[in-house]
Design a protein around this ligand. Sequence first.
Ligand code: SAM
Length: 216
Amino acid sequence: MRENMFRGDYSYEYPDEQFIRYFSHIVRNNKIQTVLDLACGGGRHSLVMLENNLDVYGVDLEAGIKTVQERLGKSDFRTKLSNFKIGSLYNIPFEDKRFDLVVCWRAFHYGKKEDILKTLSEIKRVIKKNGIILMAVRSVESTDYTYNTQKELANELGTIIFADRPPIHFFEKNELRTLLLTNKFSIDVLEEYGFTDTGNGIKTRHQWIVVSGKLL
Ligand SMILES: C[S@@+](CC[C@H](N)C(=O)[O-])C[C@H]1O[C@@H](n2cnc3c(N)ncnc32)[C@H](O)[C@@H]1O
């Protein structure tokens, strides 16, 4: 897959309220110290987690890490900049069993199904036993899936191949559940939420919020 085709949105300044809701619950009820913000974008959630005194590490493509450097560079957390590395969902530049929590907010769905299997196996590698994953993952309910006429190009149910950016795999609930369970993760939360980024209030972007624990 051509990862450099990605035109990321690194400009999000404020954390997603759903992220805050689940993150707060997780840190209140579990012993979390070391966190990976996988595909951290401009680092909006990394900053929140740093403010919570966690050891936060991040991975994103070059443009994302550049934005993190600009943003964190101006904050009290500038000494943590070396924790943020250019890397890939499919090849995470950290050692095995390192993290208590892996956050992958609005990024797990990048690629065809075979790419996403790599992402999951990388998360499984870097997370500790009993570690937790918190993700927001695109759902087949999204209008940009429902109304997309290019579905057949991918030859894979749920995946859309775009002309100018990497594929996205839109998940059905059961598909995501089965993927996690067969990879020995528990399902603690699997809820749908919709939001708009069109400014007209119509919820077009449906995602699955997942909280999942590594069992083995
Ligand atoms: C929708 S943004 C979400 C960013 C961040 N998690 C947030 O919530 O603000 C998706 C992010 O995934 C990153 N991304 C896309 N493909 C990637 C890949 N193959 N490896 C690493 N990061 C990737 C993009 O650069 C972008 O920062």
